[in-house]
Ligand binder design. Structure first.
Ligand SMILES: *Cc1c(COP(=O)(O)O)cnc(C)c1O
Length: 466
């Protein structure tokens, strides 16, 4: 047997491999210094294999292939499209709201070149990025004025910094929410420089509790929508209208942080506030996310009385929290949908509003698309399900839905992993050892992707003969 040193010496040199990389279309576009690092890694891999007892010689071709894999794995774009078959409409881990056609068009129009982001075309001079969506937001919420920032967490921080720095904010103990991702109302409040004055009990807070807490250092009364949990049973909280009148009686502003909130009337009984109703109830400032139930790109929307919005726009923090042009374009495009028939065009609303017969029909179509898999021994069944709203909205509310359940000769975890690692990853849930594909969030294209992936998985599985 050859000794290890001799074998290792036979590995082609990095320079020789680099020369051959010129003939490989995928590698010859990569910058040379980066390519060299990747080839070195590939060669090191081969060396390790030899040290572990590999016998057969490594070819330049093999090393180039491995180089490609290394580049793809380490430097390829890891942010990718996935298919959401979980049935959870607003999934924070999956990018929250998919965008409407109008939103997509608005984004691509702005991203292709220059735009009038901060330029007034009427006056031919500098304008403000905050102008673009103000009229639509005021029309849709009946508020006096509006401003948008990077996200709702930023909106809350900014509003409190402007209205309550160094002073007290009265909040019910039942509303000291953590929404996940390190966002806890008391912590954000502390960062803004405001002082928390908690009132009431976790399950019950009365108007009198709020009134008793008011003193000369009180800046605002704040209501926080408990977006991602429900307190049920023996509970009571004043309405936002009651809190607004109390605040006004004491010459204080009232802030409502809705988290999500619907921008339009939505059929069904969801216990989610509609922004214009909170405004009509007298709230002076209302904050909400643009990428939750509104269904647009990431942004934090602040609507309310002009005198406060003016102060907010003048605060230095707004620059640190400013919305970027693509998110603004996505919001502006989506607001156009709200002027027509949002339930038909905004994907989030459309998906939440799908009727049970519609979902059943869609699931039947998916079963048909998957039919070929029966001969591979996969068992498919139409399955009545419950989907969740998700993304810090609609807690505890289950939406009856439909889907397809799959059982193969292998474990549910195996198939879940295969689907997750597909070329276009497909995310599903597992229930009672079955793979569940909920159709609520699927487009027709998604269903074709699922069918093609399943077929590929079955064909690649030695255990089945399709
Ligand atoms: C979601 C949520 C936020 C944060 O909104 P982002 O847009 O994700 O920053 C803040 N408060 C409440 C109550 C929420 O539900």
């Amino acid at each position: 047997m050859e000794n290890l040193q001799d074998i290792l010496r036979k590995i082609p040199s990095v320079d020789d491999i680099l020369k051959m990389a010129k003939y490989c279309a995928k590698l010859n576009v990569i910058k040379k210094d980066i390519l060299k690092i990747a080839i070195n890694m590939a060669v090191e891999d081969i060396r390790t294999q030899y040290r572990k007892g590999r016998q057969e010689a490594a070819t330049v071709e093999e090393i180039l292939n491995n180089t490609q894999v290394i580049l793809e794995r380490n430097l390829g774009n890891s942010l990718r499209k996935v298919v959401n078959a979980t049935g959870i409409v607003l999934h924070t881990n999956l990018g929250r709201a998919p965008l409407s056609e109008k939103a997509q068009k608005a984004i691509s129009a702005v991203m292709e070149g220059y735009s009038n982001l901060e330029y007034s075309l009427q006056q031919g001079q500098r304008g403000s990025r905050y102008q673009h969506v103000v009229r639509q937001l005021c029309l849709l919420t009946k508020a006096e004025d509006a401003v948008v920032v990077n996200n709702n967490a930023g909106a809350v921080l900014l509003v409190l910094a402007v209205l309550a720095k160094g002073r007290q904010v009265i909040i019910s103990r039942g509303q000291l929410v953590e929404i996940g991702g390190q966002f806890r109302i008391p912590d954000v409040l502390a960062q803004s420089g405001a002082i928390l004055a908690e009132v009431g009990a976790t399950n019950k807070t009365s108007l009198v509790d709020y009134e008793r807490a008011i003193n000369e250092n009180t800046a605002v009364i704040m209501q926080v929508h408990t977006s991602n949990y429900r307190i049920v049973g023996f509970t009571a909280q004043p309405t936002s209208a009651e809190l607004a009148s109390l605040a006004h009686k004491h010459n204080l502003p009232m802030i409502a942080n809705l988290g999500g909130g619907f921008l339009t009337d939505f059929p069904g009984n969801y216990d989610e506030p509609v922004v214009k109703e909170v405004v009509a109830g007298g709230a002076d400032i209302v904050t909400f996310s643009s990428d939750k139930l509104l269904g647009a790109t990431q942004a934090g929307i602040i609507v309310g009385k002009k005198e406060y919005i003016d102060q907010i726009k003048a605060h230095p923090l707004i620059r640190a929290l400013r919305i970027d042009k693509l998110c603004l374009a996505g919001l502006a495009g989506t607001l156009q949908d709200y002027l027509c028939d949002p339930l038909e065009t905004v994907p989030v609303l459309k998906m939440l509003n799908k009727s049970l017969p519609e979902l059943k029909e869609q699931a039947q179509v998916l079963v048909q698309k998957l039919e070929a898999l029966q001969s591979a021994g996969w068992m498919l069944a139409l399955a009545p399900l419950n989907s969740l709203g998700g993304g810090g909205t609609l807690p505890g509310i289950e939406f009856p839905s439909y889907g397809v359940s799959i059982v193969t000769g292998r474990t549910a975890n195996w198939l879940e992993g295969q689907l997750r690692n597909s070329e276009i990853p497909i995310l599903v849930r597992i229930q009672e050892e079955k793979i569940i594909i909920d159709v609520r969030c699927l487009t027709t294209e998604d269903m074709d992707i699922i069918a093609a992936s399943c077929l590929r998985i079955a064909q690649g599985d030695a255990k089945c003969n399709i």
